[in-house]
Write a protein that binds this ligand. Structure first.
Ligand code: PCA
Length: 203
């Protein structure tokens, strides 16, 4: 059976809950469309997240990678199209504040997702879940992790579909946070389950 590395993130900034954590914890160990899910939670830390991801890639040797992140304020589930070679943004959980820094000084300017993002969006909508392709993953930790896994696949010559899906807040988070749109945990989890099925069907 093939292995899918599914990553989520810990809470960060004003978001006291990261809904990706519960999704990853609950899907960990499940079999979906021929993939055994291996779930891991990454730190919101520019100095740690890439190393953690690399360790998981080397120990788990996954056949595919889907990383998840919270996009507080987005209304839809949004598979990302591209990761860019930039670290920038708000302070991370350790207070690092890189400015216009390259993730990989010798790396490509950007990498396109190698997940079937168009088919994922179509299938999400078919399943009754609002979705669209996002053309920017930002320059914070989500973009960082997406870039790192695609860079790893490219430089290690691995045919390992990789990419990133940003999700809206859960109701649980929205109650604590205030004015952000939210989905039920069940719908968020069903959305990610659907995306994994689409990936499995596309091979
Ligand atoms: N979202 C942030 C980092 C962690 C997360 O879940 C982002 O969009 O970069």
């Amino acid at each position: 059976m093939k292995t899918l590395l599914l990553t989520g993130f810990e809470p960060f900034l004003s978001f006291t809950i990261n809904p990706t954590m519960r999704i990853v914890e609950e899907l960990n160990g499940q079999e979906i469309g021929g993939y055994k899910i291996q779930g891991e939670i990454l730190s919101v830390d520019f100095k740690k997240a890439g190393k953690q991801l690399l360790e998981h890639l080397e120990t788990i040797k996954p056949d595919a990678v889907i990383s998840l992140g919270l996009a507080g304020g987005r209304f839809k589930m949004t598979p990302e199209r591209i990761a860019i070679n930039v670290n920038d943004g708000e302070p991370d959980n350790s207070g690092n504040t890189p400015v216009d820094e390259a993730i990989q000084p010798e790396g490509a300017d950007g990498y396109m997702s190698t997940l079937p993002i168009r088919a994922m969006v179509n299938q999400l909508k078919e399943a009754g879940l609002p979705a669209e392709i996002s053309n920017t993953a930002g320059t914070y930790l989500c973009n960082h992790v997406m870039y790192q896994s695609l860079h790893y696949a490219k430089t290690h010559n691995k045919k390992m579909p990789s990419g990133f899906i940003h999700i809206p807040a859960s109701h649980e988070l929205a109650i604590q946070h205030g004015k952000i749109p939210s989905w039920s945990h069940e719908d968020l989890k069903r959305g990610i389950y659907t995306c994994i099925q689409v990936l499995a069907e596309h091979e």
